[in-house]
Design a protein around this ligand. Structure first.
Ligand SMILES: O=C(O)C(=O)C[C@]1(C(=O)O)C=C[C@@H](O)C=C1
Length: 384
């Protein structure tokens, strides 16, 4: 094959890709129109039966065209997820026009290339408007920016599939005057990054935030006596690696590319599927439509009596409310006292939930709703 033929083929591929883009944009516009019907008729945004029927039909049509089921399924699951999440974000915006403005000042940990920045871009990509990024050096500074009205939103990592709950953030939520208004999950692909030409055997020191250190503990154990230096954020770890010969940082490949560091090794995390869930906080709580899958996060301190935690949890069961997270953390200044963090798949606008929360007030010492927000972890319809 000549180079000319190759160029002609690539030209054809470019045209097909451009046509696909036009069709994807058209599909998105139609999906927005379907939302109008759902708003007018109070229908839930997600229609899993419709998704199932659609995917089955597409898989069978794909087979007749020589496309395998796995490929068709993965392409259309992505399209459907985009469609659902966009409908949800638009509905939220129509419900809270005064709060969800056109400029989003977002405070997050670190700077360019941090996982928080990636999560910020992911979350706000569905929320039209300009993002003003405010990189911060600590979690406290993030909530301070929001409390003082200098930022509209703060992004805080709350849990990771390898290292578990991020206790610092749970503790911060005990006293920060902010509400949780959203969540976003970001895939975290840790790589070892170093100055060009550096090989793994040359590296004597590794810089990272303590979370990546925890998430890559097995890889690090395998390296033996290597110096590890904990940094405030992934961005500052990258800066240190840039300035220190024979050193490396743990961060995403993209973060390294931004500053000229090269990837020495990929896939460092203990778990192959390494994801972090971030919460989005703001000064004001949001109204969340009951047409959306929603979560409530709350903290509570139970009475110091036998069975008081069991009594509190029983209330959720009695009202058929699904509890998806329960964490306990010590209360600063009160040794051996615990505060519980609870996530529920529920909406504070539902009467049964209001009733349950009233009952919970009666059987606990203290309860505070941290937020009711749109849950973005969509469970894909299973067709394969
Ligand atoms: O058909 C609908 O109800 C839509 O909103 C469209 C659509 C889609 O993009 O195809 C989106 C969300 C639903 O879960 C099902 C299908």
């Amino acid at each position: 094959m000549t180079e000319n033929t190759l160029n002609a083929l690539r030209h054809d591929i470019n045209e097909i890709d451009a046509d696909l883009m036009v069709l994807l944009a058209k599909r998105r516009r139609i999906s927005h129109s379907v939302l109008e019907y759902k708003i007018a008729n109070s229908k839930p945004i997600r229609d899993e039966e419709r998704e199932q029927a659609l995917l089955e039909k597409l898989i069978s049509y794909g087979k007749s065209l020589g496309l395998d089921a796995f490929y068709v399924n993965s392409v259309f699951q992505t399209i459907l997820e985009d469609s659902v999440l966009n409908q949800q974000a638009l509905l939220q915006k129509s419900l809270n026009p005064q709060v969800l403005g056109d400029t989003h000042r977002v405070a997050y940990l670190g700077g360019q290339g941090s996982y928080s920045q990636l999560a910020c871009h992911k979350y706000f990509s569905r929320r039209p408007g300009k993002i003003v990024e405010m990189g911060c050096s600590t979690f406290d500074k993030i909530t301070e920016q929001v409390e003082q009205g200098k930022a509209d939103y703060g992004l805080l990592p709350i849990e990771n599939t390898s290292s578990g709950s991020i206790n610092e953030v749970f503790d911060l939520l005990q006293h920060a005057q902010v509400s949780i208004v959203g969540e976003v999950t970001q895939t975290v692909e840790h790589c070892l990054l170093s100055n060009p030409g550096t090989e793994l055997k040359d590296i004597t020191k590794i810089f990272a935030h303590h979370q990546p250190f925890a998430q890559c503990s097995r890889f690090l154990q395998g390296l033996g006596e290597l110096q590890q230096e904990t940094c405030d954020s992934t961005s500052s770890a990258i800066q240190c690696a840039l300035e220190t010969p024979n050193s490396a940082a743990i961060a995403s490949a993209q973060a390294g590319k931004n500053v000229g560091l090269e990837v020495v090794k990929t896939a460092l995390a203990n778990q192959a599927e390494n994801h972090s869930r971030f919460i989005v906080v703001a000064r004001q709580s949001l109204q969340v439509s009951t047409q959306l899958p929603t979560k409530i996060s709350l903290i509570m301190a139970t009475k110091q009596q036998v069975g008081s935690l069991a009594d509190a949890l029983m209330i959720f069961k009695l009202h058929n409310i699904n509890m998806v997270k329960l964490e306990s953390r010590p209360v600063p200044g009160n040794p051996w006292e615990e505060v519980f963090y609870v996530d529920l798949l529920a909406n504070t606008a539902e009467p049964k939930v209001q009733k349950a929360l009233e009952q919970l007030k009666e059987c606990t010492q203290f309860i505070r709703i941290l937020g009711c927000y749109q849950s973005e972890s969509l469970q894909a319809v299973d067709v394969l």
